[in-house]
Design a protein around this ligand. Structure first.
Ligand SMILES: Nc1nc2c(ncn2[C@@H]2O[C@H](COP(=O)(O)OP(=O)(O)OP(=O)(O)O)[C@@H](O)[C@H]2O)c(=O)[nH]1
Ligand SMILES: [Mg+2]
Length: 457
């Protein structure tokens, strides 16, 4: 999405507009003077209106009262985004909201706000930094308490402080390099060398602590996914339905019933996971089924927690390949069927790796068993967040990139005496850190951040 930059007054409903609610907040930003909206209100807006004070009044359309509401005026630059902002707390009927917005668009010179446009203006007016904007985005879209906390931490500038400290250490080291070029004779070569090494060590130490907080890029902790995988007829959809407590997926004895993956949300200990039922993996000539299987494999790669289901009575080609994936949990289904023990023993004999990875027999889907599963998933989540991982991909990417550059630079600095070469390598790292802080904010970064935002923010 190309972000639309406009300068005029914008309007949007900042609360959920999908269903009727008791109240809604409509926000208008970027107007010159409150008095331009005077005809819409019973209260005289041409008189003194105290900023940040709540006023009760009625809204008027062609002489008729259309709603009674409270409004608050935030006078720029002392507002969320530095502009004049008017917030209307109106009744939350969706038709009412639309009618009021239309009034301000048709007769008040406002335009519909693009997603994130209020915040974009805050960035433009230096009310928020780029990291704070990303923090806000994370906070608003968070699926767990940890993501909420990290969003808030970014918003309140905590992570920014770490980046800033890093940047200061970087500048210190950079100046030590320059010192060794320009003033080595004045301060002595030994002292210059000492200063160079010491400042590099201080920077590297701080940076390594940050690198430890970066997990692999495909490991999505913002939207963690639990993936149920296996051969056809292994019981994936049965488990999916059980965990959702509804007959969401079709369950049948026909192998290949689920042809594309299905997704639903489940809440485990305050974390919203996507639970995914997938197409059974097997060799298939059918184009649609083959596409479904391709998607299953991608989902498996990106999963936070993966469960392999095995029906020992229906093993087909491709099973060995499937076993190569690093599953978090392996379950044998069909334990109630006559001959289960023999079929399972036979399978473990043919695939000895099954014995060592601790597959569990699943007799019945009971609430005790569900509790056990839930606690396993939660345990993994708690373990993963204990290292305080950085959640935002853009930050992870930049930190990893800078880490590689730092490594090269450290090696280079041991035997390279050409300062110009060292300086060039150092600049590459400076670029990554500047981007982290938000000193450099190319359009595409802004676009990708703001395309995630909801309207009204
Ligand atoms: N007896 C018995 N039947 C089971 C068990 N688990 C699943 N089934 C049955 O096995 C058949 C296949 O189950 P599904 O849940 O549709 O299997 P699936 O893995 O989703 O299959 P596909 O969508 O074809 O890949 C259905 O008839 C289920 O009722 C079990 O533990 N015991
Ligand atoms: Mg299925």
């Amino acid at each position: 999405m190309k972000f639309l930059y406009s300068d005029g007054p914008i309007i949007a409903c900042s609360t959920c507009t999908l269903a009727h609610a008791a109240m809604a907040v409509i926000r208008i930003s970027g107007f010159k003077s409150l008095s331009q909206f005077a005809p819409f209100f019973k209260k005289d807006l041409t008189g003194p209106i105290e900023p940040r004070r709540v006023y009760y009044t009625k809204l008027v359309l062609q002489g008729q009262i259309i709603d009674d509401l409270c409004f608050t005026y935030f006078e720029g630059p002392k507002s969320y985004n530095g502009e004049n902002i008017l917030e209307l707390s109106v009744h939350g009927n969706t038709l009412n909201i639309e009618r009021i917005i239309e009034l301000f668009i048709k007769e008040g010179g406002c335009q519909h706000a693009a997603p994130g446009e209020f915040t974009y203006r805050a960035l433009k007016n230096k009310k928020l930094t780029l990291s704070q904007v990303e923090g806000l985005d994370l906070f608003l879209n968070a699926n767990s308490g940890y993501a909420l906390d990290q969003g808030l931490s970014l918003l309140s500038g905590n992570l920014q402080e770490i980046y800033q400290e890093l940047y200061d250490l970087f500048i210190k080291h950079k100046s030590s390099l320059e010192l060794s070029i320009d003033f080595a004779e004045d301060i002595g070569e030994e002292a210059a060398k000492h200063h160079f090494e010491e400042s590099l060590e201080a920077f590297a130490k701080k940076f390594q602590a940050l690198v430890k907080r970066v997990q692999p890029m495909d490991h999505n902790l913002i939207q963690p996914e639990i993936v149920l995988a296996g051969l056809p007829n292994s019981g994936k959809s049965s488990l999916f339905n059980f965990l959702l407590s509804e007959e969401r997926a079709i369950v049948s004895s026909v192998a290949g019933t689920t042809r594309d993956y299905l997704t639903e949300t489940i809440l485990i200990e305050g974390v919203k996971y996507k639970l995914i039922d997938t197409a059974g993996i097997r060799e298939s000539e059918d184009l649609i089924e083959a596409e479904g299987i391709k998607r299953t494999k991608k989902k498996l790669r990106d999963s936070f927690y993966s469960i392999l289901l095995i029906n020992p009575f229906e093993i087909v080609e491709g099973f060995a390949e499937l076993l190569n994936n690093p599953f978090d949990l392996i379950l044998f289904t069909h334990k109630d069927v006559l001959g289960f023990a023999a079929a399972k023993d036979e399978l473990v004999k043919n695939y000895p790796q099954l014995g060592s990875i601790g597959a569990i027999d699943l007799l019945s889907l009971s609430s005790e068993w569900e509790k056990e599963l839930v606690s396993k998933v939660n345990k993994k989540y708690l373990l993963e967040i204990s290292s305080k991982p950085i959640l935002l991909d853009r930050h992870k990417h930049l930190i990893l990139q800078a880490s590689q550059v730092l490594l090269n630079y450290q090696v280079l600095s041991k035997h390279e005496s050409d300062v110009a070469i060292l300086s060039q390598e150092l600049n590459a790292m400076g670029h990554c850190i500047s981007e982290l802080i938000g000193i450099v904010s190319p359009d595409q970064i802004l676009n990708s951040i703001f395309s995630n935002f909801c309207i009204g923010k």
